[in-house]
Design a protein around this ligand. Structure first.
Ligand code: SF4
Length: 81
């Protein structure tokens, strides 16, 4: 992914959900898409603003999650996993 794309979030319609029971808190999603994810006080990921990150960044975060705890959807249709 080109660096400049990380700086200009796309006008996408991707919803993000996290199964916190699967999250092991390693923070990969926060590193890859810091506008969309953060770790809370219990070191589990929470969703911030998916629109603040590019579609590529959201996909990278979801695909990089070691426990597949990140779910992507659009218009009610599951995209990932
Ligand atoms: S990448 Fe997955 S396991 Fe790691 S903090 Fe994010 S949701 Fe949790």
């Amino acid at each position: 992914m080109a660096y400049w794309r990380r700086l200009i979030p796309e006008n996408h319609d991707i919803q993000v959900a996290i199964d916190r029971s699967q999250c092991i808190g390693n923070g990969i999603c926060v590193t890859l898409a810091p506008g969309a994810f953060e770790l809370d006080a219990s070191m589990k990921a929470v969703v911030l603003d998916p629109a603040a990150e590019s579609e590529d960044a959201l996909w990278a975060a979801a695909e990089s999650c070691p426990t597949q705890a990140i779910y992507l959807s659009s218009g009610g249709e599951a995209l990932y996993p």
